[in-house]
Design a protein around this ligand. Structure first.
Ligand code: OSB
Ligand code: MG
Length: 367
């Protein structure tokens, strides 16, 4: 597959809800979209880095510059036999797994289209639909939290994940557990706690949570391993997993018993599939995370979640929750907590080009 040209854009997307986490409040996304052109086909990738480095270190401006000045010049105008071959060419550049993933994932879309196959089949997946839960932000009151949980349970979501931070943890969680004794509940701290917060984390242990997601630092594996030994509830790693190497170390240390996979955080599909394989061998269950992606990123995530190890419901909830209008023609909607994979070659969804143009804040063409 010869990569002939690329188009990079920043597209502005207002969210339908106010999404509060321990690291801030999000009301919109600035979406980095990459289109790759080759053999008369188009491949699409979506970056998940944000304006400010509040989740991990990568930023939109940093990724824009890196893709433009280093990653795309390295791959354009050359032939690539497969994603492994392309990934090797990116290896000399250190870190920056989100920027690399934007490119790598767009290439997988293009490549599977050239094979005439849906991405999930090319990846080696085995499901044409996946189980989903929902990630709910910090609300302004406990009453609002209870109402939101109830609505989403009624919609059939298979698991409710609630964002927590110091000062918004035990009280709302106890209320939710009391109101919904049978619900599958999890919490996500987005790195807001320290080992010194052990009493609070131990109290969460009483609430029969399926797991506690990323309680400690964003790049920590060591303290998570210490904490896991002190808790009954499983720790689920999110921010800390950025590569197969980080996953191997997490497994060896015992830093968590569940993994949240986000291909766009870990360098793309290839690197995530290696993490999947390591986790499978270690008996660690996986689920597909999310970063409030538009239909392009969500389609990638859904195809990846077709792999065998994704045994827990993921965060890819219905697109209509997030967007008044999505960037693709297809409606990615879950019914009773089941999300069908888009059919057709590659990611199987069609970007709405007029709409994308209308919402574009910046664009550049490269060849
Ligand atoms: O930690 O999983 C996270 C959204 C943005 C950044 C980080 C996270 C999240 C979510 C929402 O939890 C997942 C989604 O609905 O896409
Ligand atoms: Mg998380």
């Amino acid at each position: 597959m010869r990569l002939e040209a690329a188009e990079l854009r920043i597209v502005h997307m207002p969210l339908r809800f106010r999404f509060e986490t321990s690291f801030g409040v999000q009301t919109e996304r600035h979406v980095l979209l990459l289109t790759l052109y080759g053999e008369g086909l188009e491949g699409f990738g979506e970056g998940v880095m944000e304006t400010l480095p509040l989740y991990r270190e990568e930023t939109l401006e940093g990724a824009w510059a890196l893709l433009r000045e280093a990653l795309l010049p390295q791959v354009l105008g050359r032939d690539w036999a497969n994603p492994e071959h392309l990934w090797e060419a990116l290896r000399p550049f250190r870190g920056n797994p989100m920027a690399k993933a934007t490119l790598e994932m767009a290439f997988w879309d293009l490549w599977s289209k050239s094979l005439g196959q849906p991405l999930w089949k090319v990846l080696g997946g085995l499901r044409s639909e996946v189980e989903v839960g929902v990630s709910l932000g910090i609300q302004l009151s406990i009453e609002a939290t209870l109402a939101l949980v109830e609505t989403h349970l009624q919609q059939g979501y298979r698991r409710i994940k609630l964002k927590i931070r110091p000062g918004w943890d035990l009280q709302p969680l106890r209320a939710v557990r009391q109101a919904f004794p049978e619900a599958t509940l999890t919490v996500d701290a987005n790195s807001a706690y320290q080992l010194a917060d052990l009493p609070v984390l131990r109290a969460l242990d009483e609430l029969r949570l399926d797991y506690i997601e990323q309680p400690l630092d964003y790049d920590d594996l060591h303290d998570h391993a210490k904490l896991q030994r002190l808790l009954t509830t499983s720790i689920c790693l999110d921010e800390s997993l950025v590569s197969p190497e980080s996953a191997r170390k997490a497994i060896e240390l015992g830093s968590g018993r569940v993994f949240n996979i986000k291909p766009a955080r870990m360098g793309g599909h290839l690197s995530s599939r290696r993490v999947h394989d390591l986790a499978q061998a270690a008996g660690i269950p996986l689920w597909m995370g999310g970063m409030l992606e538009t239909g392009i990123g969500r389609a990638h995530n859904l195809h990846h979640a077709s792999l065998k190890g994704f045994s827990k419901p993921g965060d890819t909830s219905s697109a209509s929750r997030y967007w008044e209008v999505d960037l693709i023609e297809e409606a990615l909607e879950a019914k009773e907590g089941i999300m069908p994979l888009p059919a057709g070659p590659g990611i199987g969804v069609h970007p709405r080009k007029d709409l994308i143009r209308q919402k574009t804040q910046r664009e550049v063409q490269l060849r």
